[in-house]
Structure formats: C-alpha cells, structure tokens
Ligand binder design. Sequence first.
Ligand code: ZN
Length: 246
Amino acid sequence: MRYLILSDVHANLEALDAVLGAAPRDTWDRALVLGDLVGYGADPNEVIARVRALDPLAVIRGNHDKAACGVDDAAAFNHLARRAAEWTYETLTDQHRVWLRNLPAGPVVIDETLEICHGAPFDEDAYIFDGRDAARAFDTSTRQLCLFGHTHLPVIFLHSDTRFEGTVPEGEEFTLPIETGVRYLVNPGSVGQPRDGDPRAAFAVYDGPHRSLRLRRVEYAVAAAQQKITAAGLPPSLANRLGLGR
Ligand code: ZN
C-alpha cells in the first residue's frame, strides 16, 4: 500500500490543494491524516470536505480539532490559538463539528509496520522535539515506523542496536529508505502552517512495497490564504506567520 501522509493542515485550503496537486491520485492508494485539520486558517469546512472526499483510511484528532469542536476547552492554548479555536467553532457546520468530535485519538495502528499519532504514541498532546522525547516515543511505539505531527517541524529519528540519530530533512524532496532492523519516528511537517522557516507546504508519501518514505515540500498560494485569514477577522499574525514559515 502507498499512503499519502497529511498532518496539521490547519484549515489552509490553498496549501492542501497544492499538496493534492503535487501528489496525484494515481501516485498513492490511501490517505492517512495525523490531526489538526482545523484551527488557525480560514477554511475549516472546505478542508474537512476535501479530506473526507479523499476517503482516508485513517484520520486522528489533533489538539486544535478537539478545541474547535468542544471536546477540549482550549485552556492550554495561547490567546491567538484560542481566538482561532473560537472562530472555528462558530464557523464549522453542525455536521463537521460532529465529525470532528467523532475522530479517534492516536496512536492508531495502520498495518504490521506502521502506526500514526498526532503528538506522541504515549500522549496525543505531547510534543516530540528532541532525542529524549524521541526515546520515550520509541519505547511506547509498537511499529517499525511511527508517523507523528503536532510540532509542525519535519524531522526523522532512527533507532537500531547501534544507532540513535535525529536528522532534519531539507530541500524540496527527501527520500528515506526504511531498512530492516531500524525503527523510525518521522514527522512529515505541516501542510498548512510550517514552522521550520520554509513556508512551503510539507507532506509525505510512504511506499510500503518499496520500503521508502518520501518527504516533500510544495509551494502554494500563500497570499490567498493570508487574505482569507485577514478577511475572516482572525488575528493578522496568523496570516503573517504563513509567509515566514514560523
Ligand atoms: Zn498543529
């Protein structure tokens, strides 16, 4: 099976459409969505509709999804994120709010080799930033390859009997071979709000039969997404950060 991996779309329709354009339907079999479909961006309903139309094999919830549908009260959010969560709650259709409410928490096991989570396999809301976080995630992950999101920072941790490494994939494309005897913890980066200084949308395709994970970046209409955020009355800094990739 070949999987399209989407994480942290954050209601950015322009970024999602650019990703879907760069990864045509005949280049993958099923989609996996690692959470945070909404929050921050101006198109929550359109993004949910687009994702549902992909008929994804699995969609798990992120912290922003929980806040936007009332599962969580957003008390842990800073004021910008909370303002966006409130706006999203009001903007979502009833049907989409219910759909978000029914999303499962990660981790979710996809197949013999793969599992997905939003934050970490031990806690859907935890952040994996450094080697210590990664070590704990490797201890609790049950599959060779664990995909996660939440930090909006693309990163690859790998772990074997002799190696423990973290690398940051750079450039437009990075192909990671999945080797026998090595375990992997990978964040493909964020589709709709990258924070690694590269404003391009990030996503990945995992090719099971060929044992490779391809991490990609694609340009999208940042200005259009920014204008929608401003026009919606959302905080201007949420528009500005898209241009910076921060
Ligand atoms: Zn997020």
